[in-house]
Design a binder for this molecule. Sequence first.
Ligand code: FAD
Ligand code: NAD
Length: 475
Amino acid sequence: MAETFDLVVIGAGPAGYTAAIRAAQLGMNVLCIDRYVGKDGHPSLGGTCLNVGCIPSKALLESSEHFARCRHDLGDHGITTGDVRIDVSAMLARKDRIVRDLAAGVATLFTRNGVRSRAGTGRLLPSMRVEIAPLPDGPTEIVDARHILIATGSVPRDIDSVSIDGRIIVDSTGALDFPTVPERLGLIGVGVIGLELGSVWRRLGSQVVLLEAMDTFLPGADEQIATAAMKEMSRQGLEVRLGARVLSARTGADSVEVTYEDTAGKHRTEFSRLVVAIGRRPNTRTLNVTEVGLLLDERGYIHVDEVCRTNLPNVYAVGDVVRGPMLAHKASEEGVMVVERITGQPTRVNYDAIPWVIYSSPEIAWVGKTERQLRAAARDYKIGVFPLSASGRARAMGATFGMTKVLADKRSDRILGVHIMAPMASEMIAEAVLAMEFGASTEDLQRTIHAHPSLAETTHEAALAADGRPLNVHG
Ligand code: FAD
Ligand code: NAD
């Protein structure tokens, strides 16, 4: 007889593994199935985020930032260095170690919390059953579930005109593992991945060109910040070509010739390596959606309501495989929401207070509305901007490029959005998220004491500036 679980989770990325742990904490008997196989050929928990996403990309950003700093910035501090070099294989090995340790950490968390896990592909069957095709190959197994949580994530999108060969033309996963620094690196797509991985290899010495189909740079970010970021990134050496439609990519022995078209006509350019980073698509192919009648939306995401219920009773879906931003923290909060609701708690995800971060240099982070969105909604809003150049801490750090910007409702003073371009903006944004979660006003931020000197003071000052009374800005 098939074993029965209170909850079967398919996928052990941030959405699935977090949900599995929370469900076990709440007393459920949980099985989590995941098919990801790491570089060493062994199953590895943690999904895209941990294996080939958030974590390895941040490890490389950190290494490359140290390298760039040693090369270019230390002289200003009176520090003399010799010939600074990068050992790419040591850098990649460090990244792989971090990934391996964290994936093993998820396995330990499962054991400690009593979550059962199986390496294999989960496939939905009718009547709340799930078939597991194990890894490595073996006889399939069937389990019964009282509840099913689909958390199968996403995979890179591809374009017809450019075929990925895994060596010269790669997706984001390949771009985390170039064995040497490509002399000239092309990236198709100026999204988050393009900017982050482009920054990594640029800092290590690549000449980087980014080709973006749209005419706008970072349309999701606040316009003022996007404009400043474009200028700064160009200054750093990232060459961004907007409105560029790639027509073909022809690989040679050790290079690729890309043809693209923009308003000026057709162009041909050669790269040593090319990365395709034009977004990701929901991963539903192995789930057997048609046979079980699971509804997808017009873009291929699993259709869910605001609390992640699918059209099938007791079947839920969370994370990248459903609508909303493809972010690890959105995925994990949805997972927690679903299992808490199964146990009768009224948990909800506040989709209006999800932070976004681009780990460029300086980092860009935001929460809530942009000015463009507020204008479109005809909201009457006020703006407070505080430049990093006026921050004592930023000056001491030698990082004066950037700003903190607060947008608030003109009448109620409620904060509607916060946008930051600063070192560690990823950390600074947490205060703004908390403020928005609590429905705070700019007055609340103004009356909150911020440590001096700190970058967080720029949020305090931006809140003061929203009422025309910043304390530490000249003229
Ligand atoms: P995933 O992490 O994709 O996990 C899904 C898991 O399900 C995978 O292990 C997959 O193998 C498994 N699976 C699929 N089908 C089956 C099946 N039928 N049976 C069993 N298992 C299955 N987000 C951030 O918030 N911050 C970042 O800094 C960040 N950086 C990123 C950098 C890169 C290069 C990339 C590619 C992504 C990055 N993201 C980042 C996005 C983030 O990785 C995703 O939003 C997040 O991983 C989504 O979590 P998930 O659990 O929904 O899916
Ligand atoms: P993205 O959606 O951020 O950017 C893709 C870009 O490619 C867009 O600007 C799009 O206009 C462009 N594009 C699409 N088709 C194109 C074409 N044919 N030619 C040229 N340009 C084209 O996607 P991404 O950068 O691939 O990242 C995927 C997902 O991963 C994102 O949704 C993001 O949320 C997530 N991610 C997040 C982080 C982070 O939170 N720091 C980091 C990396 C990835």
